[in-house]
Ligand binder design. Structure first.
Ligand SMILES: N[C@@H](CCC(=O)N[C@@H](CS)C(=O)NCC(=O)O)C(=O)O
Length: 223
């Protein structure tokens, strides 16, 4: 029997968090090997398993997978969270790419120079309420179903709910005008696997704090 997937990243959200969410939602237990020092990082790079000298790295099913999207695609396919045909998959990809665009703005926010932070946060809030959340609310309204695509749970629902938690952290009022998204968030959060992941003590990571940010900058030698 294949062992648990092994995730290599620093002990924070970053690009690995969506992978943690998807595995957890699929009910897959995983191990984590945290990169804690510049020496750990150099060692991982020198081991030769990072195709582009970047993490996330996920060891799974005998493969050493890099590139976040490729990893998510593999997990979603393996655990039947990627639609029943190519048309559903196209919709899931389209929705997921939109979510990834907003998520990327949120992921890089901690690295933003202090004098630009306020403007970046304002832009994220504007894009959230004027572009992304209305688009997903409209999808749910258009078919009246419980999930975004194909009336069944897919990665699109998982990624969206992950994103809704981040948006709420930024400003809880951002969700106020999106009743169907709020209902989706509640529904997905109550799935047993997701509920477990949302409990304290799970592998879910908190928002990055000053100390972890400094550690991550040191590891990746970011000025
Ligand atoms: N397209 C890649 C980007 C990965 C990436 O930028 N990883 C960062 C950490 S979040 C990294 O390894 N930085 C070190 C470097 O690029 O030298 C992916 O999505 O996996």
């Amino acid at each position: 029997m294949a062992g648990k997937p092994k995730l290599h990243y620093f002990n924070g959200r970053g690009r690995m968090e969506s992978i943690r969410w998807l595995l957890a939602a699929a009910g897959v237990e995983f191990e984590e090997k945290f990169i804690e020092t510049p020496e750990d990082w150099d060692k991982l790079k020198n081991d030769g398993c990072l195709m582009f000298q970047q993490v996330p790295l996920v060891e799974m099913d005998g493969m050493k997978l890099v590139q976040t999207r490729a990893i998510l695609n593999y997990i979603a396919t393996k655990y039947n969270l990627y639609g029943k045909d190519i048309k559903e998959r196209a919709l899931i990809d389209m929705y997921t790419e939109g979510m990834a665009d907003l998520n990327e703005m949120i992921i890089v926010l901690p690295l933003c120079p202090p004098d630009q932070k306020e403007a970046k946060i304002a832009l994220i809030k504007e894009r959230t309420t004027d572009r992304y959340l209305p688009a997903f609310e409209k999808v749910l309204k258009s078919h009246g179903q419980d999930y975004l695509v194909g009336n069944t749970l897919s990665r699109a629902d998982i990624h969206l709910v992950e994103l809704l938690y981040y948006v709420e952290e930024l400003d809880p009022s951002l969700l106020a005008n999106f009743p169907l998204l709020k209902a989706l968030k509640t529904r997905i959060s109550n799935l047993p696997t997701v509920k477990k992941f949302l409990q304290p003590g799970s592998p879910r990571k908190p928002p990055i704090d000053e100390k972890s940010l400094e550690q991550a900058k040191k590891i990746f030698r970011i000025k």
